[in-house]
Design a protein around this ligand. Structure first.
Ligand SMILES: [Zn+2]
Length: 439
């Protein structure tokens, strides 16, 4: 076999046996080929001694706008309306492909550094981001969100988002042994209308794509939809047939119980983004209620301009704490439930539940190691509790995607991080500041 992780505390995320003490995990040809408590017969090309380390499935970031890390810290402490319309949209109009690829490269490096191996990324110029992800080894589900701010004049055949989605499907869907996927995406209920939703849904259904969409992020969005259409954003999208595709909805902060039931019935997923929702003052999604009603919940960071990191460990801990604090019931969402949202739940949201999210034979070898040989993580009574409540992305010492080590002990194997930072600062930051123009 290619790699053998030996004597690891293995957090399998399989309900039958979530933790293996002194476990052995073998990897060959990008797949997990052995999981057990005794060494396999077959020798390995490289054996990693994992004493004092936790081996986990790589984390899944189910809602990101990765290239927005060029705006990290650029527009903090604004209301969502001001933030979006006065700060973000004008900058995004200035960002070109070079800036977006530079931002995505830095964002992928940050994700790999902090244990995320798979991301659902909704942004622009995604074919170029797909080429980058293919090269640097990251697992991604990419979408170009459709906006139709002037529905009367909207023509899907002239929309760059549709053209880029088609290019993604043609050139990258399934590339890298399934590592790269195209998703369909509608930006949100309030930025388009039902003929557009139908068009994008048909595209998703024709190619078996996940449908990524922002839903009920703010109270204002939710109430304006009720005033405009007489129904919630979820109901409006549902009635237009959007949920015929496999929906991955970001936020869901203001979902009603009926909305949640529609999600559960449709096997749709919510990407809970607690840091972004708190920072923009959007509210706290009722995750414990969603889970009680059978909705699959994943975790996302959202864009780095409303977070301001891609460190999913923050979302995991906060997701658990918020539900306890809001409900007054510390038992309503356990550490294990929170960690499942970042692994199994994320995999399901991406339509990859038979591919990633667990340490199980036959699954792709997307793995991370957490080094507990540090004062902040000892002693360990319960490895799941330690991971959720004490660990941080900085404790990740190795990240592997599809059997390839992409980060280990401070070194990236496929990304030149100094160059990535240089390109962002020299090229993208002047565009963000508005003191340079694109060609
Ligand atoms: Zn978003």
């Amino acid at each position: 076999m290619d790699y053998l992780f030996q004597n690891a505390t293995v957090l399998t995320m399989c309900d039958e046996r979530p933790v293996l003490q002194n476990g052995f995990v073998g990897v060959t040809g990008g797949k997990i080929v052995f999981v057990g408590e005794a060494a396999p017969q077959e020798p390995a090309t490289r054996t990693l001694n994992c004493e004092g380390k936790f081996l986990l499935p790589g984390l899944v970031n189910a809602h990101a706008h990765t290239a927005m890390c060029v705006m990290r810290g650029y527009a903090d402490d604004y209301t969502l309306q001001t933030w979006l319309y006065e700060k973000v949209f004008p900058v995004e109009a200035r960002l070109d492909e070079q800036a977006i690829v530079a931002g995505a490269q830095l964002g992928f490096a940050e994700m790999l550094r902090t244990g995320t191996t798979s991301a659902s990324d909704m942004y622009f110029r995604e074919p170029a981001v797909a080429a980058l992800a293919l090269e640097c080894g990251m697992r991604v589900s990419l979408s170009n969100a459709v906006l139709a701010l002037d529905p009367a004049s909207y023509d899907p055949e002239k929309d760059r988002a549709i053209a880029e989605t088609r290019a993604l499907i043609r050139d990258f869907h399934g590339a890298g042994n399934g590592r790269i996927r195209a998703d369909a995406a509608i930006h949100a209920e309030y930025t388009s209308n039902s003929p557009v939703w139908r068009y994008v849904t048909d595209l998703a259904l024709a190619h078996g794509l996940v449908m990524h969409v922002h839903v009920s992020e703010t109270k204002r969005e939710h109430e304006e939809c009720l005033a405009r259409r007489g129904v919630t954003p979820t109901r409006a999208l549902y009635d237009a047939g959007v949920f015929e595709a496999r929906v991955l909805a970001a936020h869901g902060v203001w979902l009603t119980e009926e909305d949640m039931e529609l999600f559960a019935q449709s096997h749709a997923s919510v990407a809970h983004c607690p840091v972004s929702n708190l920072k923009l003052g959007s509210g706290i999604a009722r995750v414990a209620e969603m889970k009680r009603l059978g909705v699959n919940v994943a975790l996302g960071t959202d864009g780095c301009c409303s977070n301001n990191t891609h460190n999913l460990f923050e979302e995991i801990k906060l997701a658990a704490l918020l539900q306890k604090g809001v409900s007054g019931d510390p038992t309503c969402l356990s550490a294990y439930d929170a960690l499942k949202m970042a692994t199994v739940g994320g995999a399901k949201a991406q339509g990859r539940e038979n591919e990633i999210g667990k340490i199980q034979e036959g699954f792709d070898a997307d793995l991370i190691l957490i080094d507990t040989n540090t004062p902040t993580l000892r002693p360990v009574y319960d490895p799941i509790s330690t991971t959720v409540y004490s660990a941080s992305g900085e404790d990740v010492c190795l990240t592997m995607v599809q059997g390839k080590i992409l980060y280990e002990n401070g070194q990236f194997t496929t990304i030149d991080v100094e160059k990535a930072i240089y390109e962002v600062e020299q090229y993208a930051v002047p565009l963000v500041r508005g003191c340079a123009t694109k060609d």
